[in-house]
Design a protein around this ligand. Structure first.
Ligand SMILES: CC(C)(COP(=O)(O)OP(=O)(O)OC[C@H]1O[C@@H](n2cnc3c(N)ncnc32)[C@H](O)[C@@H]1OP(=O)(O)O)[C@@H](O)C(=O)NCCC(=O)NCCS
Length: 178
């Protein structure tokens, strides 16, 4: 499709806006918003279960909030007997907000929280077909320690079982106690 030029000027009208992003734990009212207008509706039950586990102190859902909307997220395990190692997962940032450091900051904040909880190290998985995610983690000090078949299942919003098979690399970072 071709863009139709406006008669009033040679260039399209532009404006720049500064946006404040707040990093905080997810609240109940975030759950429908985490579906990102249909992109992740299939994870409705996963979000609800993870939120329940957050209330029980077993998981933490960290979101990047822009104007009350969770435009990015990372989840982590916070339970377990010995607080030796935590696991970060489900890192994602909405398409139009990528490339501005929000994903990196979510990782930083998750690390800070993990340190505050007393964890010594954190694992994260990068799908083998997502080399940019692996590079992002390696740039941030995660080291490759192995691989995983990436098989897991969940029940979608229509009650159907969905089976995921996403072979991934497993990376680990030793957390510095601050
Ligand atoms: C990975 C992701 C969270 C990074 O968020 P972000 O806010 O763009 O991250 P930052 O701005 O801090 O860092 C940018 C880096 O992220 C990585 N990245 C950018 N777009 C990406 C994409 N679509 N998929 C994977 N990694 C991406 C790149 O390494 C990029 O650096 P580069 O531009 O030098 O290549 C975001 O791109 C995303 O949500 N991707 C889709 C979901 C995903 O792949 N999650 C990782 C699961 S393993």
């Amino acid at each position: 499709m071709t863009t139709i030029d406006l008669p009033s000027s040679d260039r399209p009208a532009q404006m720049e806006i500064g946006l404040a992003i707040t990093f905080r734990t997810a609240r109940l009212e975030d759950l429908p918003k985490l579906e990102w207008y249909g992109q992740y509706t299939h994870f409705r039950n996963v979000f609800r279960k993870t939120y329940k586990e957050q209330l029980q102190g077993r998981r933490l859902m960290l979101v990047a909030d822009c104007g009350g909307f969770p435009i990015g997220q990372i989840f982590m395990q916070t339970g377990g007997e010995a607080r030796h190692k935590t696991y970060f997962y489900s890192l994602r940032v909405m398409d139009m907000f990528r490339g501005h450091g929000i994903g990196s900051r979510l990782l930083d904040e998750a690390e800070n929280i993990a340190v505050a909880y007393g964890y010594m190290s954190a694992n994260i998985a990068a799908a083998k077909d997502n080399p940019r995610a692996r590079q992002l983690y390696e740039r941030r000090g995660f080291l490759l320690i192995g691989e995983d078949s990436g098989r897991w299942s969940y029940v979608d919003h229509e009650g159907k079982s969905r089976h995921v098979h996403e072979p991934c690399w497993v990376l680990e970072k030793t957390l510095l106690l601050r």
